[in-house]
Ligand binder design. Structure first.
Ligand code: AMP
Length: 295
């Protein structure tokens, strides 16, 4: 496994054999099974796999958790080594953002709601660093998690708009046994907060059950999730959303599909989670090509 903080070393490894297909998995490290599921999917679909580990400062606002974001490079490298990853890129911030850096990528509409409303500079940071990683690695495919549902649609849009010649692959959410979506930030929860944090999954699951029983009102499902989170004393709701999975526009009435999503604070730790609900495809109806639940 090649481990390097240098862009040139990534390029020479990537182009050593031009016939090989490369998959890229961008991460911020402190790896867990969610990240590793992306790595395994990338390995199944490509000849070689590269992983980047970079806690990207430009996607954190000054009041956010850049300093307390968990890091453990040695453990991450051990995990990636045992997964058989080919190349790990571990740049320092000055490599990605030299002093005279002045370009950024903004995916305008899709960056505004949900996470973007709470974190107005976040997706510009994400889109910019991902565009740089795409240019550095020039992968055939790049792997992202549905855990960050809005990030997935923002990156897809960026890849299309900027004509990146690669496939963006979105992988299902990996959860703990009690339903909590795996996240590097979970380690910052105190034990009682960790228990309370299952409220995200519980609220999404219960709202999805209501949808399955025929509820189609966006307002009622939003209100239901708000009340479920409100009943958990250690949780403070940031937002509860029922939106179109592709445009991210809030829905009054759900048609085929909706993206249910939540952001919840436990003191200073902010967690997000989501679930796609959909009307079952009945015999004779057309096949849908939109995202499926769990994707
Ligand atoms: P991060 O290190 O948090 O930036 O995540 C790197 C990639 O892993 C992103 O594409 C995330 O969406 C994805 N990811 C994080 N957590 C999970 C999870 N629990 N299940 C699936 N993918 C995940």
């Amino acid at each position: 496994m090649i481990v390097t903080p240098e862009i040139l070393a990534v390029r020479s490894a990537r182009w050593a054999n031009t016939n090989l297909c490369w998959g890229l998995v961008p991460t911020m490290g402190f790896l867990h099974e969610g990240h590793l599921s992306l790595v395994r999917r990338a390995q199944a679909e490509n000849d070689r796999v590269g992983v980047s580990i970079f806690v990207n400062p430009t996607q954190f606002a000054p009041n956010e958790d850049l300093d307390s974001y968990p890091r453990s490079l040695d453990r991450d490298l051990e995990l990636l080594g045992s997964e058989g990853v080919d190349l790990v890129f571990t740049p320092v911030p000055s490599t990605m953002y030299p002093e005279d850096f002045q370009t950024s990528v903004a995916v305008e509409q899709l960056s505004l709601p949900l996470e973007g409303a709470s974190r107005p500079t976040h997706f510009q940071g994400v889109a910019t660093v991902v565009a740089k990683l795409f240019n550095i690695f020039q992968p055939n495919r790049a792997y992202f998690g549905q855990k960050d549902a809005q990030q997935a649609v923002v990156i897809r849009q960026m890849a299309t708009d900027l004509n990146f010649q690669l496939e963006v692959v979105i992988c299902p959410i990996v959860r703990e046994a009690d339903g909590l979506a795996m996240s590097s930030r979970n380690v910052n929860l105190k034990p009682e907060q960790r228990q309370a944090a299952t409220v995200l999954f519980r609220a999404l699951r219960a709202a999805a059950d209501r949808f399955d029983q025929g509820e189609r009102s966006g307002d009622r499902l939003r209100e239901f999730m708000r009340r479920t989170v409100g009943a958990e004393p250690l949780a403070r709701l940031d937002y509860a959303s029922v939106a179109d999975p592709l445009s991210l526009v809030e829905l009054d009435l759900i048609g085929d599909q909706a993206l249910l999503s939540l952001a919840v604070f436990f003191d200073t730790v902010r967690l997000i989670d989501n679930m796609i609900v959909e009307v079952p495809i009945t015999a004779g109806s057309k096949t849908r090509s939109r995202p499926q639940r769990g994707d």
